[in-house]
Design a protein around this ligand. Structure first.
Ligand code: LUZ
Ligand code: MOS
Length: 776
């Protein structure tokens, strides 16, 4: 990134920061982003003599390695060394949940792009050149690319999981309507702007420091220790910030950091490994494609009485996070609806694709697409608008989820009804109807999309975080947490918390890099929970410091501790400003030898889940919302635009409205992209065809809806959320599912003979075929 630092720039930056705090709305990182001053892995100063590395990966999706000839590559001028599994001093194993993933292939390859060796050279250019000189011979083995094929062959990652509530079998018999069908939702490329990368440097005594673009510094540390066969304390992982993660760096930032560390371990020299876009697209996993079937049963009055589904998850060649993602699919299988009889089952199918991984929503969106498809199918068959069925089944207070949690402080109906009212649904629907009556070559479609998303890592033990807060002797503050800033604005939120508790300006607060030596044994920044977990820990640490400082102030001011408050950098007694300032108080505390550092630990209370019964209370709370999407399709071309997406969203009490709005808008567009235009394609041999931005299309500024309106629903917030400000990272992605059904409704308006198919993404090609199928 370009850097242009002058004192003048720094001054204006502080002004901008102060303004931002007053409105509590802007992501404070935006100032360094637009100036190109934000530091990513590739911007970290490197030592003289640093080597550069490139990964040599499998050119086949499945096979036995017969021979590899490295001789030409090794002898190329500037090549330092090539590392393979034979150079691993500890375990050649990086699987996080299940140990089924080698760092480097040994005698077999399991996916196209699977790492086989690391080429270390004086420059990346030389390493790349060397890679092209490696000869490999692979004997082909059968390639599985789809979940269905894997199921047929009995190829699974682990045992299936199943949730159930009520008595589904019996309930179907009592239904007035029963419908069955199949759905498919494709994968999705994360396309973080910053590709995967790491920089490793040797410290004293064989210790290694790694700067990694990871959401999970502890996972990186733990895995490096395992692969190198050293204790975790010898490995320090530092994260400055990420240029996007979206789940793609929850588990899959690890291999590159391990490889760089391995090379550093052997060479006692710094090593930098940054994937270029092509390598990243080919070697990393994506959102899981799902092939699913459903059976839905309704009563005459449109109540969903029974719902059954089998989800086939295309897990790829190794477990990665697939079991946890499969679990979340089950948690969200009924979306915002109460269904009294539910049986859901998920199979993690082992294929020869790169291991698929976490992606914003973490299996939830895949589950929700299926029930929305089932409802759309039922509505079409019965001949009622889809929204009537949706509306008749929305969750209510004290309804039970299939996993046993009782729904509390439910906002499903509230957001739904607010959306109808605030956006004047009657006139919106009338507009669509009138337009469709008056136009033959363009048609409009409208769809509702309610969302309910559970907040917490579904794996209860992961729900904890720590914060280390230092007050320096001049009154400035440094905060370390486990939170990784990846553009989501968590650093701004942490600063807001400390500024609020200490009542000092935000310029006096600094958020440190995320570092395993300052905050250890952390969960990744994921599950929309980063601000909640780390924010609560930060809040606890700051409050503990304030209590300690109140004692100092009461002694100094001869006042009762209970009467002391801190406001705008002054100490107040009984609400009256004293002469004592924050900075003076800190000096006095120093002289009295009072500790100005606090380390707090937060673990989400109340949550639990029993996997043997598949019942419990896994989520701290749920986030709710409703989106209304309107689209116009061009019936000659199959192309489309989204006229508007109007959302009523449950922020709780947003602590940073600008940041939260940014999350909703970004997630929505990402969801629309997944549902409409992003098309991952592998050929039968398991080679990624959509391996560049010429063949993989993501939404650009011209494909975003013309209007995106987001209105916060009035709620009291939730105590389990940081400052009652609910988690916002993932839930709004699922508003994008509405885009699929809006398009379908538009197609139906043109072609009444259109056979509803639930096969996402709904690309313009599919729209075009739908428009003219079963017509003369
Ligand atoms: N990661 C994880 C997640 O390990 N567990 C989760 O429950 C989760 N949920 C959403 C996103 N990432
Ligand atoms: Mo995630 S899908 O890394 O919250």
């Amino acid at each position: 990134m370009l850097k242009n630092k002058t004192n003048k720039v720094l001054d204006t930056k502080l002004d901008a920061v102060s303004i931002a705090l007053k409105h509590s709305i802007k992501n404070l990182d935006s100032y360094t982003h637009v100036r190109g001053e934000s530091l990513y892995v590739d911007d970290v100063n490197i030592r003289q003599g640093t080597f550069h590395a490139v990964v040599f990966d499998s050119p086949k999706a499945h096979g036995k390695i017969k021979s590899i000839d490295y001789s030409k590559a090794e002898t190329l001028e500037g090549v330092e060394r090539i590392f393979t599994y034979k150079d691993v001093p500890g375990e050649n194993e990086i699987g996080g949940i299940i140990p089924d993933e080698p760092l480097f292939a040994e005698d077999e390859v399991h996916f196209w792009g699977m790492p086989i060796a690391l080429i270390v050279a004086e420059s990346e250019f030389i390493a790349r050149k060397a890679r092209s000189l490696i000869d490999i011979e692979i004997e082909d083995l059968p390639v599985i690319t789809t979940a269905k094929e894997a199921k047929a062959m009995g190829s699974f990652i682990n045992a299936p999981r199943s949730f159930s509530l009520g008595d589904t079998e019996t309930a179907f018999a009592d239904c007035d309507y029963v419908f069955e069908g199949e759905t498919f939702s494709n994968g999705q490329e994360h396309l973080y702007i910053e590709t995967q990368g790491a920089y490793a440097e040797p410290l004293e005594n064989g210790n290694i420091k790694i700067t990694s673009s990871t959401q999970g510094p502890t996972a990186v540390q733990k895995t490096i220790a395992k692969v190198l066969g050293v204790a975790m304390h010898k490995i320090e992982v530092d994260v400055t910030r990420l240029g996007g993660g979206f789940g793609g760096k929850e588990d899959q930032a690890t291999p590159w950091a391990v490889m760089a560390a391995l090379a550093t371990h052997h060479l006692n020299q710094s090593v930098k490994l940054i994937l270029n876009r092509h390598d990243d697209l080919r070697m990393t996993g994506k959102r899981h494609p799902y092939e699913s079937n459903y059976k839905i049963g309704l009563s005459k009055d449109l109540k969903i009485i029974a719902y059954q589904t089998e989800f086939l998850q295309n897990s790829g060649a190794a477990a990665d996070l697939s079991p946890a993602i499969a679990e979340r699919t089950l948690f969200h299988a009924t979306n915002s609806y109460y269904v009294p009889n539910v049986t859901t089952k998920v199979l993690s199918c082992k294929t020869n694709l790169p291991p698929n991984t976490a992606f914003r929503g973490f299996g939830g969106p895949q589950g929700m697409f299926v029930i929305e498809s089932a409802i759309a199918k039922a509505a079409n068959e019965i001949g009622v608008p889809t929204r009537k069925i949706q509306e008749a089944n929305l969750l209510d207070e004290n309804d039970t989820f299939s996993y046993g949690q009782i729904a509390k402080k439910v906002e499903a109906k509230n957001t739904w009804n607010s959306a109808k009212q605030l956006f004047n649904i009657e006139s919106l629907e009338q507009e669509v109807e009138d337009f469709n009556k008056n136009n033959t070559s363009f048609k409009k479609g409208l769809a509702f999309m309610p969302i309910t998303f559970g907040i917490s890592f579904t794996n209860t033990p992961m729900n904890h975080a720590r914060a280390l807060v230092h007050i320096y002797l001049d009154g400035s503050v440094g905060i370390s947490t486990a939170a990784v800033e990846m553009g989501q604005g968590v650093n701004t939120k942490m600063m807001q918390i400390a500024a609020d508790v200490f009542s000092i300006p935000i310029e006096k607060i600094k958020i440190e890099t995320t570092n395993t030596t300052r905050v250890a044994n952390t969960s990744p920044s994921a599950a929309s929970s980063t601000a909640d977990l780390n924010g609560k820990a930060t809040l606890m640490a700051c409050k503990a410091l304030v209590e300690r400082l109140k004692t100092v102030a009461s002694e100094d001011l001869n006042a009762s501790e209970n009467d002391i408050t801190f406001k705008d950098e002054f100490i107040f007694i009984n609400g009256k400003k004293s002469a004592l300032t924050w900075t003076e108080l800190i000096s006095k505390a120093m002289l009295k030898r009072v500790a100005l550092t606090e380390n707090a630990h937060y673990a989400t209370p109340e949550i639990h889940f029993d996997k043997t019964k598949e019942k419990g209370h896994p989520f701290a709370y749920h986030v709710y919302g409703t989106a209304i999407t309107t689209t116009t399709i061009d019936c000659t071309r199959g192309t489309y635009e989204f006229d508007s997406v109007k959302i009523v969203h449950d922020y709780g009490k947003s602590m940073s409205e600008g940041i939260d709005l940014g999350q909703v808008e970004g997630a929505l567009i990402q969801g629309i992209g997944w549902m409409t235009m992003e098309e991952i394609a592998y050929n039968k041999d398991g080679r990624l065809l959509s391996n560049a931005l010429s063949t993989y299309k993501v939404p650009d500024i011209f494909s975003v809806p013309k209007i995106v309106e987001v209105i916060p629903v009035e709620t009291e917030g939730n105590e389990m959320a940081i400052l009652k400000s609910k988690a916002v990272g993932e839930p709004p992605l699922m508003y994008g599912i509405g885009a699929y059904f809006a398009l379908q409704n538009a197609i139906k308006a043109f072609n009444p003979n259109y056979n509803l198919e639930f096969h996402a993404p709904m690309t313009p090609e599919k729209v075009l075929m739908g428009l003219y199928e079963n017509t003369k």
